[in-house]
Design a binder for this molecule. Sequence first.
Ligand SMILES: Cc1cc2nc3c(=O)[nH]c(=O)nc-3n(C[C@H](O)[C@H](O)[C@H](O)COP(=O)(O)OP(=O)(O)OC[C@H]3O[C@@H](n4cnc5c(N)ncnc54)[C@H](O)[C@@H]3O)c2cc1C
Length: 404
Amino acid sequence: MNRRILISGAGIAGPTLAWWLHRYGWQVTVVERAVGLRTAGQNVDVRGAAREVIRRMGLDDELAARGTGEVGTRFVDEQGHTIAAFRAATSDTAGATAEREILRSQFAELLLERTRGHTDYRFGEQIERIDDGPDAATVTFAGGVTERFGVVVLADGVNSTTRDAVFGEVPRRPLGVSIAYYSIPRDAEDDDWWRWYNAPGGRTISLRPDNVGRIRVMLSYRAGLGAPDRLDLQRRFADAGGPASRALRGLADADDLYGEALQQVRAPRWSAGRVVLLGDAAWCATPVSGMGTSLAIVGASTLAGELAVHVHPRDAFAGYERRLRPYVERAQRLPPGTPKLAHPTSATGVALLRTGLRLVGALPPAVAGRLFAPPADRFTLPDFPQPEAAEGSPGSPSGTPTGR
Ligand SMILES: Cc1cc2nc3c(=O)[nH]c(=O)nc-3n(C[C@H](O)[C@H](O)[C@H](O)COP(=O)(O)OP(=O)(O)OC[C@H]3O[C@@H](n4cnc5c(N)ncnc54)[C@H](O)[C@@H]3O)c2cc1C
């Protein structure tokens, strides 16, 4: 069998898969459309079964060391006074603030560091065409080169164009909420809490600490399908009150604005011939599920394990989908009213939400923490042959290219 694997996308799913595949003896190439690792976005959290995968990769202490330092989540009113506060979790799955919160860009960088010694990364490159065959898939790259691979993995995110080229348009479920992320300078009054503020009109503003001396802003609002743009955000949040004026002042100067209209990807099948989908490209559950990154990690290790125990990719892909699909579907089934309940439109709705939060805030922390827990632990990691123990980083972070 052709032991070369091509992965499209150097986000979280792709490099995690590269790590596992190398341990199982595959020769891995990763193409990333951006010219370097993408640096936009804010925290991602790692929960449940994904924590165990990360431990098996020997990365849990690294994730802790590179954590954002967020101490918990505080819901605040117009004056910044606390409505309810929830300390960061001290377990694998629970908490609005999980035990492992890391900037997405730093996580991607860590994975790159740990795989670049053995993985052929090609930035600024992408797949142009895939011709599937009985023994291998022939891939033509945008740069003009043609190569053969035993397996092609499309891990190139929610808006994967390679997926659409192979599988056609896949069904999506829009959630009716858009999110914009960017960062602003930290000031003397900032602390290390995640501050969440609701304004009428279905708008939220949240401010989160990071470990590079900035504050990560997230603006979310009820909207249609358009991705957020700067002028539209200025207009929408101008009268939101609370931290709005500071957030909008920062928006004017932000060079790291990243946004999306939330939509789940519901691909009816995850493979076709020698091509398989992974991560957000296959099943984006959206950030409101609290499981996007955890699913990517669990999915990557499961796919690698299946490829290790099956001779033909077809059987590996069937096993991967059979094991993972129930977990993914569970993650995609958001709690009733999510995300609209967290985005009330009227002042009365905001007041009711705050009353509910005060009640939850009065519960014992362990009980309240579970209310915020997604079903990240509802997966039993398969018992694949364990590859050799994780080794140290073969690469150097200093040479890491960055892009947005
Ligand atoms: C810039 C960015 C910022 C994000 N910020 C947050 C955040 O703050 N909070 C949050 O919860 N989630 C965020 N996400 C989403 C989160 O990373 C994913 O939900 C989760 O980690 C699963 O990752 P993934 O690897 O499947 O997809 P992604 O993390 O989306 O990675 C996909 C990668 O594929 C690349 N790519 C796209 N098209 C092609 C192509 N045609 N050829 C080659 N490469 C391609 C992209 O540039 C990207 O690097 C962000 C994603 C991105 C891309």
